[in-house]
Design a protein around this ligand. Structure first.
Ligand code: ATP
Ligand code: MG
Length: 184
């Protein structure tokens, strides 16, 4: 599974439709202060189901929608789509057979979030489930390595370290399913 494309519109500073193509397995985002590097990372977190505004560096969920600048008026809607090469079938479940998978999240100021997998309406849970065990999304989210992440991992409490290892080992998916079954 490889993230090949990020499409943003109305998301934070990316007011105009923007397509970022990721050509290789390891991608760095570089640029001057304030140019929007962290916003790209926030976008990836957001699509994979992040529901805490604070984790997205805002106060309310609507804060991800472009809220205007000196030259531009605010817009009413944010949309981000991630495209994955899934030719190895790593993104599994009912989507395992698709060589390409797109996941999109949209938000308007009036309504809640809408999620789409391959352009079909999905629940947040379906999206979270899709990424469980891949290292992207969820609580450990180690596929995105932010400033300070390595230090945080070195200094992590044993429980938090364990969570990362379980995600990498592919165990977290089954633990999550067990938790769901037990809570039913
Ligand atoms: P640094 O190198 O300092 O970490 P960065 O490249 O990570 O910078 P970001 O934090 O991604 O920069 O982007 C910050 C910019 O995004 C700021 O100019 C901020 O005003 C803008 N921004 C954030 N949220 C919104 C929003 N909802 N609407 C418009 N602009 C926004
Ligand atoms: Mg930053």
């Amino acid at each position: 599974m490889r993230l090949t494309q990020i499409k943003l519109a109305g998301f934070k500073s990316f007011v105009d439709p923007t397509t970022l193509s990721l050509a290789s397995n390891l991608t760095s985002v570089v640029g001057p202060n304030g140019c929007g590097k962290s916003n790209v990372i926030d976008a990836v977190r957001w699509v994979t189901g992040e529901s805490s505004a604070r984790q997205l560096r805002g106060e309310a969920l609507e804060d991800v929608i472009f809220n205007g600048s000196n030259a531009r008026k605010p817009v009413g809607r944010a949309s981000v789509e991630l495209r994955f090469d899934n030719s190895e079938g790593k993104l599994g479940g009912q989507y395992g057979a698709f060589a390409e998978i797109s996941v999109r999240r949209e938000l308007t100021r009036e309504g809640g979030s809408k999620y789409f997998i391959n352009n079909t309406r999905a629940r947040r849970r379906d999206v979270v489930d899709l990424f469980l065990g891949t290292g992207l999304g969820g609580r450990s989210n180690y596929a995105v390595i932010e400033q300070g992440a390595v230090n945080r991992l070195i200094e992590a409490k044993p429980e938090d370290m364990r969570q990362v290892l379980e995600e990498a080992a592919g165990i977290s998916k089954y633990k999550e399913r067990r938790r769901e079954t037990e809570n039913r």
